[in-house]
Design a protein. Structure first.
Length: 254
């Protein structure tokens, strides 16, 4: 079950955290993995790990917020079976404290970046008769979180884009779903704690861990396992769905 043998997958932000776990998992299951990364060196390191384990992978330095770069890389890779819109950035702030520059930055990477990848890959998937897309949304798309104005805006857009694409491409045999994790322990979480809560790192880490009723953060491998299922042939009946992967955050926090 869950074989990806013979499938070509693009994973944005595959150089770190959840994207890295998905790249390693997908390659282990037989996919040819293409990592689109702003941090080209991090992408190359993951590729080296995959190749050392006998898998197939390549890294492509690209900024997903730049449409011309994304289109050039995707066309160079050739017909894709799987797109994982994973690359994203964090931001802490309310509507009042979020600057225009920060709002634009979050929008350009998290929203426009996902659109750019969809825009570049859907024609290829259509031409080859099908494909699968998984978008990384967040619990921030589903509930009101304190101080996450721009980030929540961006993940709400991912949630809505998932439905729109799933509807528009039903007839083209393209499935599109999203995953909404609560906190997953990655450099993304460590980075925003360090940047926004200097001096209280451990206290905030423990607080964020406890905010999942299950009592801890998720792991990148747990997200990768769900993404693998959604991209496999076994999930052929699943489209237009969001999957909270959240240790009970959305339903059990009462
Ligand atoms: N970690 C969490 O708690 C959590 C929770 C919910 C959702 N998510 C979402 O999961 C996704 C991955 O998060 P993560 O925690 O693994 O993050 P991460 O910071 O560990 O990794 C993100 C990767 O994306 C790359 N990237 C950033 N901007 C890019 C750009 N413009 N072009 C190409 N690559 C770019 C970075 O270089 C990095 O390697 C994000 O979309 C995030 O919003 C994470």
């Amino acid at each position: 079950m869950f074989s990806l043998a013979g499938k070509k997958a693009v994973i944005t932000g595959g150089g770190s955290g959840i994207g890295k776990a998905m790249a390693l998992t997908f390659a282990r299951q037989g996919a040819e993995v293409h990592i689109l990364e702003l941090n080209a060196e991090a992408g190359e390191q993951v590729v080296a790990e995959i190749r050392a384990a006998g898998g197939q992978a390549a890294a492509h330095g690209a900024d997903i917020s730049q449409q011309a770069q994304v289109v050039a890389v995707v066309n160079q890779i050739g017909p894709l079976d799987i797109l994982i819109n994973n690359a994203g950035i964090a931001h802490v702030g309310t509507a009042e404290t979020t600057s225009e520059a920060d709002f634009d930055r979050v929008y350009n990477v998290n929203v426009k970046g996902a659109y750019n990848c969809l825009h570049a890959t859907l024609p290829q998937m259509k031409a080859r008769g099908g494909g699968v897309i998984v978008n990384l949304a967040s619990i921030a798309a589903l509930v009101g979180l304190t101080d996450r104005f721009a980030y929540s805006m961006s993940k709400g857009a991912i949630f809505a884009m998932t439905l729109s694409v799933a509807r528009d491409y039903l007839a083209h045999n393209i499935r599109c779903n999203s995953i909404s994790p609560a906190r997953v322990h990655t450099p993304f979480v460590d980075g925003f704690i360090a940047k926004n809560y200097a001096g209280q790192e451990q206290e905030i880490f423990d607080k964020l861990s406890r905010s999942q009723p299950i009592g801890r953060m998720g792991t990148p491998d747990e997200v990768a396992a769900l993404a693998l299922y959604l991209c496999s042939d076994e999930a052929g009946f699943v489209t237009g769905c969001d999957y909270p992967l959240d240790g009970g955050f959305t339903k059990l926090n009462n």
